[in-house]
Ligand binder design. Sequence first.
Ligand code: PLP
Length: 419
Amino acid sequence: MDKRTFLKSAGLLGVGSMLGSGSLVELFGSVKEVPSAVLAEDEDFWKQVRAGYLLNPDIINLENGYYCILPQKSLESLIKHIRDINYQGSYYMRTVQFENKKAMAAKLAALAGCPPEELILTRNTTESLDIIISGFDWKTGDEAVMAEQDYPSMLNMFKQVAARHGVVNKMVSVPNHPASDEEIVNLYASAITEKTRLLMVCHMINLTGQILPVRKICDMAHSRGVQVMVDGAHAFSHFRFTIPELDCDYYGSSLHKWLSVPLGSGILYVKQKHIRNIWPLIGSGESNPDNILRLNQIGTHPAYTDLTVADALDAYNVIGAERKETRLRYLQHYWTDKVRKLPHVILNTPEDPERSCAIGNVGVKNLKPGELGDMLFKKYKIYCAPIDGAGVHGCRISPNVYTSTEELDVLVKALRELG
Ligand SMILES: Cc1ncc(COP(=O)(O)O)c(C=O)c1O
C-alpha cells in the first residue's frame, strides 16, 4: 500500500476524517438558525445528542471533569484505528506514525489559534506541564509562584525542582468568590519578587470551575519579567479562547477531558522563543534547538489514540464551540441558580457567568464533602467528586452536553432534602 493510500485508510484525509459524525452533521444542520442560548434549553434536541452515547443507567454521571466519555461514533472510530494499526503492524509505526501525529497536532494548533510549530501532542496535562517545570533552566534561589488550588501533579514537580535545584516556591490562595479580576491579579502580583522566573496559573480551577483572568495575569507578570505557564486541563474545548490571545508562554491541556478524545491525550504549547531554553523530560534526537519536537519524545505509545483526535475534533466542530459552551454554562446555572439561596447550601463557584462554565462545586453545612458525596451516590445515584482542601469543601459537579435537566433536577431535589 502506498503512503497516500495508507494515510487515507487511517482516516486523515478529506471525508475520511468525517467518519463518525454523519448523523451529528444532520442534527446540527437542522438547527443552524437557532441561537445557541435558545438551543441550550431545548431538552428534546439534546436528547438526540444524548442518544449518541452509551450511558450507564445505574449512575447519574456528574463527574465528567475527570474524563468525558466518548460518544459511540468516536468510540467506533477508535476501534477502527486500533484495527488499522494492528493490521499494518510495525509498518505503520515505522512509516507514517509520526507524520500522522504531526497532522493531528496541526489540527489542534488550528483550534488553539497558534502556529503548528508551537504545539505538540502529549499524553496529558501532567506530561505537558511537568516537561516545562522540570525542564526550565533553573538556578539556585530562583522563585516560582503558584496557588494552593493548583493540581498536585504540578505542585509535586515544583517540590521536586525545589529539592533538586534550590528553587523557592511561593504559594498564593485564590478566593472562591473574587470581587474582581484585579483582586486575583494583585494576589499573584503580591507573590512576585525580583527572583521570580515562572508563574503557574490555572485557566479553570478544577476544584470549583472558577475561570481566572489569565490574560491580565500574563500582562502583569510579563511587565515584571516573569514567564507564565497556564494549566488549561479543563479549559481547552470547554469554553472559547485562543492561546495567542492569552499571551502566555506555555499552555497545557488534556484532550480526554472536554474534547472527548480517548484516554491519554494532551497538548503542550510553547512560545517559539522559549523552545530552545527547555530541557526535554526524555532525551531526544532532534538536533534543532528551536524545533518543538525536541520535547515530544515518549517512545512507543498507543498511536491509535492520536488518530482519534481527528474524529473528536470533527464531532466538536459539528456541535460548534459556541453551542457547546452555551449548553455547558446553561446546565451549570440550571442547578446552581435553584440552590444558591438555600440557607444550608454553600456554593463554591462564582455566580458571574464569565467566571465559570460547566463545573460547579457545592457544599452542605454540617456535612463533610465525602459524606455528601456518599449520600448523593447511595440515595440518588449521583456520581460526583468530593473535594476537601485548599479552601474548598464541597462536591464538584461536572455535567457534559448530554446531561439532562431531569438528572440535574435529581441533584436539586437531593440538595433540598439534605437541608
Ligand atoms: C487543573 C488540572 N491540571 C492537571 C490535571 C492533570 O490532568 P491529567 O491527569 O490528564 O494529566 C488535572 C486533572 O484533572 C486538572 O484538573
